[in-house]
Design a protein around this ligand. Sequence first.
Ligand SMILES: Cc1cc2nc3c(=O)[nH]c(=O)nc-3n(C[C@H](O)[C@H](O)[C@H](O)COP(=O)(O)OP(=O)(O)OC[C@H]3O[C@@H](n4cnc5c(N)ncnc54)[C@H](O)[C@@H]3O)c2cc1C
Length: 318
Amino acid sequence: MEMNIETSRIPDPFSRKVWEPADAEEAMMIKRQYGADAVFVAGGTLLRTQWEGGIVNRPEHFIRLDTIADLCGIHESDQHIYIGALTRLRECGADAYIAYHGATLYESCRHIAAPSIRNQATIGGNIASAVGDAIPALLVHNASLHWADIGSEVTTIEQDLGDWLEIVKSGRKSMNAVLLGINLEKQNRLLATESIEQSVDHQQEITFFRKIGRREAFTPSLVTVAFRAKIDPLGYFSQVRIAAGGGSGIAMRLSTCEQLLEGNRYQADMITSLARLASDEFITYSDPFASEQYRQQTAGNLLAAGLWETIHAQIERR
Ligand SMILES: Cc1cc2nc3c(=O)[nH]c(=O)nc-3n(C[C@H](O)[C@H](O)[C@H](O)COP(=O)(O)OP(=O)(O)OC[C@H]3O[C@@H](n4cnc5c(N)ncnc54)[C@H](O)[C@@H]3O)c2cc1C
């Protein structure tokens, strides 16, 4: 019997080209040349699910970013913690500097996907996707992004994360830019000269990160919230930063919620007001799994519960 084998129903995996640029400039030049036919690949964990799910087409050209030197690692300066874009989530969720200065980021990185994914996935890929769970956490740490971009010449810019998210929302995101790294604002340390007695008056930083998904892991989150503030021994809040995001929505700061707390003393009825305000302020979306209203209420409840738990844990420690 003669077998009639049809040729090329199955796409030939070897027809695709994998580029291994030595630096960001080379990566951007390849991207500019092939446009939508090329994609930057960091850990490839999100891209893989998008290709497998048919959400985006697999392009002809893969531009590896892990071949570029200096995009990995966590460094400390006087004011900032700098995280290279190719640093793996596992490393971010195990780093002592990030745990101290970027507590909500540290928590978020420990709650993204499963350990096997975190070994491969990068912080830069999480941010560049514009919907990663690390983004609300980074918003409360006043993070800025370091980009290399290519127009008539190569430029590097530092951009506030919130400003970049606005650009994403408006559809004006540069398609050729490479994220080089992230700067996190350091938490103020006690001055070395300060005595223990003086430090009793010192404000303490309180933070929390909460995430709700349809399952414990392996699914995109429904809602993610992050909170960071200073609180003094009398219970007055300052430098309050609150953000919400999750799923495929663009994360945002909740400035009305921040104003509710800023400069005011903690009282139990703040909890219900925070839940209501967050639900009103959070701009999100509906999909077959959860309505917009459900996500809004969930964000409010997560913030209210997180604040209550954090404050009460602090009172018990005293
Ligand atoms: C099973 C599973 C569960 C997951 N669960 C979660 C979850 O709970 N929360 C969550 O947030 N994510 C989750 N993800 C998605 C993904 O793992 C993370 O977002 C991860 O951080 C993406 O990083 P990556 O390096 O793999 O990015 P990639 O997949 O390589 O890239 C993602 C996007 O960013 C672009 N990109 C990557 N790096 C750069 C750069 N330096 N400069 C410019 N563009 C860049 C790529 O072109 C691509 O568009 C999950 C994925 C899987 C497979």
